[in-house]
Design a protein around this ligand. Structure first.
Ligand SMILES: Cc1cc2nc3c(=O)[nH]c(=O)nc-3n(C[C@H](O)[C@H](O)[C@H](O)COP(=O)(O)O)c2cc1C
Length: 379
């Protein structure tokens, strides 16, 4: 299957090639949750290279779940900003998808007006300095599900082609699925089936809000590296249930898809945690086998060359999402297409001002990228 061939999603929308811009938080939005000119330019420049799909940064659905200075989709006043975001992501006529999230226990207290963090259970994250959240009650859970639906309807009003639920990387939807973060014993936790309920309710709310003709996707972490985390078998069961909801794609989030390494909760790239359950088979192949063509599969993590993309597709992916490679080289896709891979820039320059000015990266995003040593390659 050629990386430049088109693909038709279940909803009928067609994507011109198999390359997607991975969701990339800029941490550089305006305080009111509108997109800043700097971050629009970040996306415009990268999308202009001809990505079939461009996915936005994760956009918050409730003020109380903000994990960074990002774009919001909470009320009608956000629609003009979302429209500008969709236009930037469509700089070369690709499909524009809005990723939506809630931070749950990894929301940032300073961004949520000093409110107490709320999460599936009163269990702190493994991140250094994490506060213990309070457990959400039934009304709060129902209103968070409704907030995901509302955000999806705002995306539709703003002209997006689709919406992706951020069910990965330890944010709230992931937390509900994780036996480490979710100790509930009601409808939302206790057994594997019940831990799936929140993810399924959010996916259904999004599908209902966007209707059958827009793309509805879901991003999942295929297993947790942490002790007592959920396993690949658990994630396969979740993906099987998600596929029954007539989604258009399931996106598998890995830090490195060749090494099958997921994003850890601590995000400490210098001292990675020791994985307790390492699958002997690729999570991409395993999930693709479970989905069995019912929707598309997107893979990500460490795609740096055309051969990497083809490798992920051989494992069973239909699409690949590219993140860090296009952060450090905005013209990455053009170089891949023109067989000029030798000229791909592999890391960020040393000088921070040069990073911001030559790569169209807003200064606050530069700060964010450099805040975790080992995360983004440097020259
Ligand atoms: C700066 C930055 C911001 C990110 N923001 C998001 C995000 O908002 N939502 C998400 O699902 N993943 C996010 N990710 C993870 C990427 O989408 C991707 O899965 C990860 O970086 C691995 O792929 P890569 O090796 O191609 O970068 C982010 C990654 C980076 C580097």
């Amino acid at each position: 299957m050629a990386v430049w061939s088109p693909l038709r999603f279940n909803c009928g929308r067609e994507v011109a090639n198999r390359f997607a811009i991975a969701p990339l938080t800029t941490n550089a939005s305006n305080d009111d949750g509108t997109a800043s000119e700097g971050e629009l330019e970040f996306f415009r420049r990268r999308a202009a290279n001809g990505f079939g799909v461009s996915i936005s940064s994760a956009v918050y659905v409730e003020e109380g779940g903000r994990s960074w200075r990002g774009v919001g989709a909470t009320h009608d006043g956000h629609v003009p900003s979302l429209t500008r975001l969709a236009e930037a992501l469509r700089a070369s006529q690709g499909l524009a998808i809005l990723q939506i999230y809630d931070g749950g226990r990894i929301a940032r207290p300073e961004l949520i007006d000093g409110q107490r963090l709320r999460a599936p259970s009163a269990v702190a994250s493994l991140r250094p300095g994490a506060q213990t959240p309070r457990a959400m009650d039934e009304d709060e859970i129902q209103s968070l599900i409704a907030s995901f639906g509302k955000a999806a309807s705002l995306a539709r009003a703003a002209g997006f082609d689709g919406v992706e639920v951020h069910g990965a990387n330890h944010y709230a939807v992931h937390q509900f699925f994780s036996p480490r973060a979710n100790h509930r014993t009601d409808h939302w936790g206790g057994t594997l089936e019940k831990r799936m309920n929140f993810a399924l309710a959010v996916a259904q709310a999004v599908r209902d809000a966007v209707g059958p003709k827009m793309i509805a996707g879901f991003r999942v972490t295929p297993f947790e590296a942490e002790a007592d985390g959920y396993t690949l078998d658990d994630a396969k069961q979740l993906c099987n249930e998600l596929a029954k909801l007539k989604l258009d794609y399931i996106s598998i989030s890995l830090d490195d898809c060749r090494l099958s390494r997921p994003t850890s909760e601590t995000r400490d790239y210098k001292n990675p945690i020791v994985q307790t359950h390492v699958p002997t088979v690729s999570p991409i192949s395993e999930i693709a086998r479970v989905i069995a063509g019912r929707c598309a599969v997107m893979a990500s993590g460490g795609i740096r060359t055309r051969a990497d993309a083809e490798g992920a597709i051989k494992l069973g992916a239909d699409l690949v999402a590219v993140g860090r490679a296009i952060v450090v080289d905005p013209e990455w896709l053009t170089k891949v297409r023109d067989n000029r891979e030798a000229s791909i820039v592999p890391g960020l320059p040393k000088d921070e001002v040069e990073i911001a000015e030559t790569l169209s990266i807003p200064p606050r995003m530069v700060e964010y990228l450099l805040s975790r040593p080992g995360w983004i390659p440097r020259l």
